[in-house]
Design a protein around this ligand. Structure first.
Ligand code: FES
Length: 85
């Protein structure tokens, strides 16, 4: 895969209290093989908590694709999938 997988982790208030703080450990949680293919960014509120259900926070986007109720294992699994594609 030539371009990096871009992960944006929302760390706005709604997402943060719903568990985004765990997802911010992503960088340390990736294998070295995956981590060189991934670009991780934090973001202030992506606006999704206001349009979607607040209960669906935390939100992460992976290559622009929105993941609701994101968890660290779900994010890693999706990155792995995209990396293997
Ligand atoms: S705080 Fe994450 S989308 Fe609003």
């Amino acid at each position: 895969m030539s371009s990096k997988i871009k992960v944006v982790i929302c760390s706005g208030t709604a997402c943060f209290v719903m568990g985004a703080s765990d997802i911010l450990l992503l960088e340390e949680s990736l294998s070295s093989e995956l981590s060189k293919n991934v670009e991780i960014e934090g973001a202030t509120c992506l606006g999704l908590c206001k349009t979607g259900e607040r209960n669906n926070a935390p939100y992460v986007t992976i290559n622009g694709e929105v993941m609701a109720q994101a968890t660290l294992p779900k994010v890693i699994a999706r990155i792995q999938e995209l990396n293997d594609a």
